[in-house]
Design a protein around this ligand. Structure first.
Ligand code: COA
Length: 628
């Protein structure tokens, strides 16, 4: 998904302390065999990108704008600027392991100043649990922690199975960045630290309850992980020593605009105790947030409410202070049976996170708590914070801003139960392209126009690959949605247009995952120009480019075996964030928007998406029946 806007280029020559995440992540030796065999991300041919750029603009800009841009592109190609930048980019491609990954990490994430909560960090909604009592919640959390530690074993022993896409092995580097890591705020830009790399990797996790943070050592002195039973006992101790509900929600500071948090952070860690507490959270393997119950809602609204809780915690009164948003992985287990997670996006995309979830859920289903005689374990250490008047003022500001954010976020989780991947597959169509066309149809029905649309495509076929953009809106997708809204078209024509639109989408997807999409290439040319300190080429100052990057629909498929759904905020103030998990017989879809925008409405859009999916199925089935 997108979540953040690209802002500025890297300052060259920044010196990095050892524990900071490197442009090329450090992978344990055995995995290097597989990693080394991965191809390098190519720099696509310049002319191809320029042609595809103009084709992409056709359905989303006016005829006049397109003509103007054609002129600029011609100038870019013929005037020598494009060629010069292309050569520089190709040289960067030869010299580095991946010409894009460091630029992407910086420009898409670490330079972004928007808050992590809602704007950048995706949440995952897991199926509701029905805890009968607090012990149920603790047992669940204990098993979950044990499951993540079991997963960590595969990372530590280099036994993580290599993933494949379209028959090709994928880069596994992201898995090595999600544990023991944290984002660190800076007044102008952030950094990412990974403590798994150092000589003494951490052996503790962070547990937070009633806004109070604890260090929970999860390994015995012989290096073996604590058993589920042991973890459970430790969680009980944490719970019992954090019953007071009047504590300052220090964690809410991490939800602020990054400049604000960067300044507040420096202020906070002036105090030695605070600094040690913050370092302990940053170093921990992951965090577990034991959330207080939220106001109950109807079954219909339940998943939407949980999605909001994952994205922001529900507000200053509720669980927003029960987080450390900088922490890469935070699992959330609520007293009321709510469970899920929120993750900091800079080190990883969604698929490795849901792979971990699938593993942990499977582990939890298999594992029973075995009560065994236990050696008494030390009380988990409570992290102390000295709240100076300045820190208190920063917390109050963060609370206000969080409450504004909570009121502004509009979320709807649609559990589409009528069909899943099975229907498009039956009609020899890609389920992903089918859902994308339904989103297009829904948007067109609601707004009588199409919009710039982002879909994430994985670049993990390449070493240290992250994502590129699939441009769903094409001349073919537009023809299809127009035909659906025009009764003059026969059903057979509509089916033919749907098939064509889906085929075009599949071709784009195929190009994207093979490194031949246009967006990261254009970004690379732009960043190269900034790095070379040359004047910015006109094509990047053009209205069409701004329109192309204004993603009213920011979408992503994140599929999993577990019946869950990922969610993330919109990329623009007047847009939607849409994430979907197509399962075999149903589809989980999360939709977000901002209440401050009068034109968007998550629940209405969800309804129109549902209708679009049903209409597309009816179209295919009626047409097939008519042929018989
Ligand atoms: N007829 C019948 N079946 C078809 C078909 C057709 N024409 N086309 C595809 N299928 C099947 C596939 O074989 C596959 O089967 P499976 O369920 O047994 O695995 C299934 O339908 C899904 O294929 P499809 O819907 O085409 O999607 P995909 O799995 O190829 O995924 C992307 C497409 C773009 C989502 C994927 O390439 C990708 O890049 N994923 C990563 C996205 C990402 O990083 N998101 C996170 C950002 S934070």
């Amino acid at each position: 998904m997108l979540g953040v806007l690209v802002r500025a280029a890297l300052r060259p020559g920044v010196v990095r302390p050892r524990h900071l995440v490197r442009p090329v992540p450090q992978i344990p030796a055995r995995s290097l065999v597989h990693q080394e065999g991965l191809p390098k991300l190519p720099v696509p041919p310049l002319k191809q990108t320029c042609e595809r750029y103009l084709a992409m603009l056709e359905p989303i800009v006016s005829k006049e704008e397109l003509e103007h841009t054609q002129g600029l592109v011609e100038e870019f190609l013929k005037g020598g600027v494009g060629e010069r930048l292309q050569k520089r980019l190709e040289r960067r491609g030869h010299k580095t392991e991946n010409w894009l990954s460091e630029w992407w990490l910086q420009s898409a994430y670490l330079d972004s100043r928007m808050p992590l909560a809602v704007y950048t960090s995706p949440g995952v909604v897991l199926p509701r649990m029905h805890f009968h009592d607090r012990q149920g919640q603790m047992r669940f959390a204990a098993k979950l922690i044990a499951g993540v530690l079991e997963f960590k074993k595969m990372i530590d022993n280099n036994t993580l199975p290599v993933e494949y896409l379209g028959g090709k092995p994928l880069c596994m580097a992201q898995y090595y960045q999600i544990l023991s890591s944290s984002r660190v705020p800076g007044p102008k830009k952030d950094t990412l630290v990974n403590h798994a790399i150092g000589k003494k990797p951490p052996t503790h996790i962070t547990v937070v309850h009633n806004f109070q943070f604890f260090v929970l050592d999860v390994y015995n002195s012989d290096g073996s992980p604590l058993t589920v039973d042991q973890i459970y006992m430790q969680l009980e101790k944490i719970w019992n020593s954090s019953l007071q509900t009047n504590k300052e929600p220090i964690g809410i500071l991490t939800s602020q605009h990054r400049n604000t948090w960067g300044k507040a952070y420096n202020n906070l860690i002036k105090d030695k105790t605070n600094k040690e507490s913050v370092r302990s959270i940053q170093k921990s393997i992951f965090a577990v947030c034991l959330d207080a119950p939220m106001p109950s809602v109807s079954d219909e609204l339940y998943h939407s409410r949980v999605a909001a809780q994952m994205l922001h915690g529900g507000g200053a009164r509720w669980n927003s202070g029960n987080r450390w948003f900088d922490k890469t992985l935070q699992f959330i287990v609520g007293e009321d049976g709510t469970c899920g997670l929120v993750y900091e996006h800079a080190p990883s995309e969604g698929p490795p996170i849901v792979f971990l979830i699938d593993y942990v859920v499977n582990y939890m289903q298999k594992t029973e708590m075995v009560r065994a005689p236990m050696v008494p374990l030390a009380m988990p250490q409570k992290l102390r914070f000295n709240i100076t008047p300045e820190v208190k003022r920063d917390i109050e500001k963060a609370k206000q801003n969080m409450n504004i954010m909570v009121h502004d976020l509009d979320v709807k989780v649609l559990s589409f139960s009528h069909f899943g991947k099975n229907v498009p597959k039956r009609h020899q169509m890609s389920p992903d392209a089918f859902v994308q066309m339904a989103l297009q149809l829904a948007y067109f029905r609601m707004y009588k126009t199409c919009c710039s649309t982002y879909e994430s495509a994985s670049l993990r076929m390449f070493k240290y690959g992250r994502t590129d953009t699939i441009r769903t809106v094409t001349v073919d997708s537009l023809k299809f949605v127009q035909a659906m809204e025009d009764s003059a078209h026969k059903d057979t024509e509509k089916v033919a247009l749907l098939q064509k639109a889906i085929q075009t989408h599949r071709e784009y997807t195929n190009n994207a995952i093979h490194g031949q999409a246009i967006d990261r290439h254009l970004l690379g040319l732009k960043l190269q120009s900034i790095e070379d300190l040359t004047s910015m080429p006109e094509i990047f100052m053009d209205t069409s480019y701004a329109v192309a990057l204004h993603y009213n629909l920011s979408t992503s498929q994140v599929s999993s075996k577990t019946d869950c759904v990922m969610c993330f905020g919109p990329a623009v103030p007047d847009g939607y964030g849409v994430c979907y998990n197509p399962m075999e017989e149903h589809i989980n879809i999360s939709i977000t928007a901002f209440n401050s925008c009068e034109e968007t409405h998550a629940a209405k859009f969800a309804q129109v998406v549902e209708d679009a999916l049903l209409d597309m199925r009816a179209l295919l089935e009626d047409t097939a029946k008519a042929k018989q």
